[in-house]
Design a protein around this ligand. Structure first.
Ligand SMILES: [Fe+2]
Ligand SMILES: [Fe+2]
Length: 273
């Protein structure tokens, strides 16, 4: 388990008057995705079947992700006593199916798998940092502070293992960049959209486009340039490019512009959900 438990969260400081209903919706969705960490840890153990040391690391990592889900779910139940986490999680697992039992990484190699894991941890560490800064409710801010620190540690853990894998496999910078950008693009796939649906809607059928936009509209609005700058630097490092210097400046400017453009378009959409 991580260095903290649910008992370390100051639940008695929960302040209903500081709730933002838009954040409650995305926190519910995040609780489902995080709680699914055990399934992904299982997949990593299959991919690294001959590496008991990394398997232990992956299992510990999975337990920490599950704990993130548990903390967010408990907060969401305080914010909305009608939120039925168990039912929502069952709906999520039923509707979002990936072959977690496969021993083959979708990224083509172990190094590719580690690049994709780095990208996910970059995404989550930026996201929980942005959420912490946006949250007025003190307990949510504290949960996000702890989770963001864990996600940063997870990035370092997968980056370290990536270096180990690269010593045994050939995956050049271009190959790593391809995996990384592919994983970034996947953030608009089913996982988050379906989690948003399973956590927030049970009165209409799933529509990926609508749910993906409903989630993204709320999430993108949280980001500020410093989150994007840091995320881009971490991504460049993971693909073997120099994070500081001209490339970093240009890449983070482009990424910020793209995000702001997308956020503005989503904000202008008629009521998405
Ligand atoms: Fe997490
Ligand atoms: Fe993580």
């Amino acid at each position: 388990m991580g260095a903290w438990t649910l008992d370390d969260i100051p639940w008695d400081r929960f302040d209903r008057t500081k709730l933002d209903p838009e954040l409650v919706r995305i926190v519910k969705a995040a609780s489902l995705v995080e709680h699914n960490g055990a399934a992904y840890a299982h997949h990593l153990c299959r991919v690294f079947a001959d590496d008991p040391e990394f398997q232990r690391t992956a299992q510990r990592w999975g337990e920490e992700e599950v704990q993130h889900g548990a903390a967010l779910a408990r907060w969401a139940s305080l914010a909305d006593p009608e939120f039925d986490f168990a039912a929502a999680f069952a709906r999520f697992q039923e509707g979002f199916r990936v072959d977690f039992d496969s021993a083959r990484s979708r990224r083509g190699s172990r190094s590719g798998e580690m690049v994709a894991r780095c990208v996910v941890e970059i995404g989550t560490s930026s996201y929980y940092t942005a959420l912490r800064e946006a949250a007025a409710e003190p307990v949510l801010a504290e949960i996000c502070r702890r989770i963001a620190a864990d996600e940063l540690r997870h990035y370092r853990l997968f980056y370290k293992n990536l270096e180990r894998c690269l010593a045994q496999e050939r995956l050049g910078r271009f190959g790593r960049l391809r995996v990384a950008l592919g994983r970034v693009a996947e953030s608009e796939d089913d996982e988050l959209a379906y989690a948003y649906y399973a956590a927030n809607e049970d009165d209409r059928p799933y529509d990926r486009r609508r749910c993906s936009r409903a989630y993204a509209r709320r999430a993108f609005a949280l980001y500020r340039p410093h989150h994007v700058e840091r995320g881009v630097a971490m991504l460049l490092k993971a693909v073997g490019l120099t994070p500081n210097g001209r490339l970093g400046v240009v890449a983070s400017r482009l990424a910020w512009r793209a995000l702001r453009y997308r956020a503005a378009r989503l904000a202008r959409l008629p009521h998405a959900a």
